[in-house]
Design a protein around this ligand. Structure first.
Ligand code: SF4
Length: 454
């Protein structure tokens, strides 16, 4: 039996897809890149932006044609969109299975059931805002432990979920409605999982959570977890994403200073520089409070690299509000920012209560302008690396090669990241993927540091 998998969305979804692939491989399935030769199509979906859902619907439309030549094709849709739309998605003519993010351990059983019996099947949380039953959480924990692995295409790196869900209800965000309330995974399970990964050659672990700094169990805070993970032999770099600015515990910054394995990098979305818009977004902080956190982080960890997120064109965003976002980028001196145009998501408070009143043309223009402000800062920050040596964990070969002037052949060019998450490109052999390499930086652009292997 052959499976074709398509995954949309964030790192959390990529991790889910990785777990699902490994569980099916263990169940004796094979994977194919050719949808035409697949017996089963798995689609991992994202609901964070309208565009992501449209792409899933367009893929399902394409499946209708494939089904004509392969009437037995099984189509299983899982992830956030499956949880959000439940029956509505199950009623789609091509869909056999709908499975929510909390139910992914059930996917092999559902697919095997659909192969034997063509009846449509659904496994979703009926009341997603209720904390999942302990049995479901423990099944998910075991699933993570059993099937987490080195990231495909990123040798020596693995992502490890430390918590599920979110309690913040930012007014534009669908996550609390599709991933449920915050639940921190037991530290012992996380530690066992990471030990297994390092035994398999993992050197960098990235701890994942929608609000990772809110991790809390009866015994441990997120800072405690960093100290515990740091003790694991074989882990060389620890990264964590994404942080939520409210309730930041200073002990996290102290842990970054105390623990050489913890990378000096924070991804801490602001979303807007205007207090009026932050309030409408229900972010729970003012621009000043946000900057205090960034400044505190920089005071305790002076060389920390900070990345931000912004939404442009949120309902009611005036030119003045937008200007404040640009000012915040200048003040925070982010190494980079992820900038998105607001798109209303059904079921969220912003969609229900606020008119999407910023025209798309203005959203586009603001997106371009904010990117330009950020690029200038990124370039200035990147240029400070020229002439310095940085330690890089090599991801693999970059899309473009470089020409060997001696014989005119194209040789691979390598791409990797520093502990501060700066992207570095340099010439070198492909077998350095998954290795740490010292690179002398010779030039820099807004997006990339270029250098030579030492
Ligand atoms: S913190 Fe806000 S934006 Fe982030 S996942 Fe939670 S609700 Fe969504």
């Amino acid at each position: 039996m052959k499976i074709f998998l398509r995954s949309f969305g964030c790192q959390m979804n990529k991790l889910d897809s990785n777990l699902v692939v490994n569980s099916f491989l263990q169940g004796g399935f094979e994977f194919t890149e050719e949808v035409g030769e697949a017996d089963v199509v798995l689609v991992n979906t994202c609901s964070v932006r309208n565009h992501a859902e449209e792409r899933v619907l367009s893929l399902l439309g394409h499946m209708k044609h494939i089904r004509k030549t392969n009437p037995k094709l099984i189509v299983a849709v899982f992830g956030c969109m499956a949880q959000r739309l439940k029956e509505d998605l199950l009623n789609h003519p091509v869909v056999n299975i709908v499975c929510g993010p909390m139910q992914i351990p059930e996917l092999p059983r559902l697919v095997n059931g659909a192969i034997e019996n063509t009846k449509k099947q659904k496994a979703v949380s009926e009341n997603i805002r209720q904390k999942a039953e302990s049995e479901i959480l423990s099944t998910l924990d075991d699933f993570e432990q059993d099937f987490d692995s080195v990231e495909e295409n990123l040798p020596a790196q693995a992502y490890v979920r430390v918590m599920h869900g979110c309690n913040n209800f930012c007014s534009y965000c669908v996550v609390p409605y599709v991933r449920g309330p915050e639940v921190s995974r037991p530290a012992e399970k996380i530690i066992t999982q990471i030990k297994k990964l390092t035994d398999a050659g993992v050197k960098q672990v990235t701890l994942l959570g929608q609000t990772v700094n809110s991790y809390k169990t009866e015994k441990l805070s997120f800072a405690d977890l960093l100290y515990a993970v740091s003790k694991i032999e074989g882990v060389e770099w620890i990264k964590f994403v994404t942080c939520y600015p409210r309730n930041f515990d200073e002990r996290i910054f102290q842990a970054i200073i105390d623990l050489p394995k913890v990378c000096r990098y924070l991804h801490i979305p602001a979303q807007s520089g205007s207090d009026r818009i932050l309030k409408a977004m229900n972010r729970g902080y003012t621009c000043e409070e946000y900057l205090e956190i960034i400044n505190k982080a920089k005071e305790i960890v002076p060389d920390i690299a900070v990345a931000g997120d912004f939404i442009v064109g949120f309902p009611g965003e005036s030119d003045e509000d937008f200007r404040k976002s640009a000012e915040l980028i200048e003040k925070a001196q982010y190494k980079n920012s992820y900038i998105f145009k607001y798109s209303p998501r059904p079921g969220t408070r912003a969609d229900e209560k606020l008119a999407d009143d910023v025209p798309n043309e203005i959203k586009k223009q603001r997106n371009i302008e904010l990117l330009a402000v950020q690029e200038k800062i990124s370039e200035e920050i990147n240029k400070t690396f020229v002439g310095k040596t940085v330690k890089v964990l090599v991801d693999g070969t970059s899309k473009k090669g470089h020409l060997d002037s001696a014989n005119g052949k194209e040789l691979p060019q390598l791409i990797g990241r520093t502990a501060g998450d700066f992207i570095v490109v340099f010439d070198g052999p492909a077998n350095l993927a998954g290795q740490f390499v010292d690179v002398n930086i010779t030039r820099a652009s807004a997006l990339t540091l270029f250098g030579e292997k030492k």
